[in-house]
Design a binder for this molecule. Sequence first.
Ligand code: AIR
Length: 218
Amino acid sequence: MTEYTTDGDPDATVQDLIDRLHAEADSEFSAANTPDVGIIMGSDSDLEVMAGAHDALDRLGFDEQTDFRDPPEARFTYETYVVSAHRTPELLYAYGETAADRGLDVVIAGAGGKSADLPNMTASIAYPVPVIGVPVQEKSVDSVIGMPTGAPIVAVDAGKSFNAALSAVQILGREHVELQDRLNEYHDALVSDVARDSRDLHDSGVAGYRESRGADGG
Ligand code: AIR
């Protein structure tokens, strides 16, 4: 939460969200029309860190789906919700237990603080839907990855939500060759960026390189 003065909004109830998730799970939408990736975070204060996942998915041609009943043009989509393991445990449970029936193929879950339980609890509840955990802060890493044997979670390092999204697309890519192609294009661009930087740094010299790239060299 970005504010600690909580007046509440009588029009926004957790029960409405839970009912919505269950109604969507009971609906008959085809897999092509439901979000492929679900992104959840413990608080809207996590949005800046989790935006890396949105960036990566946007870059790979995904659209954001804001209405379950009205999918966007793009074949591959993601959705985003705030779900707090400790402030709204019922919503956490509903999101996890409806994940498969709502057509989600993979969930990216981020949380901060020392009790970052959203990723690990979602992984347990949504199982066998894969969950990729993002510790929003360094101090959240142990909490996110510390799962007992038999209760798996995939996780990235603190703040690495961009990589979480790439991993999510890798999972989807096993079923959709088109996504493998997009991942390969992304990787090729990354490699040629390094080649360009290496060539330019060497050939321009350090001072010339810094000048050509701006004062910070980047
Ligand atoms: N959080 C929220 N509910 C349960 C947890 N663990 C985490 C959020 C955020 C941090 O607590 O994921 O990183 C602080 O949240 P806020 O809302 O106080 O800014």
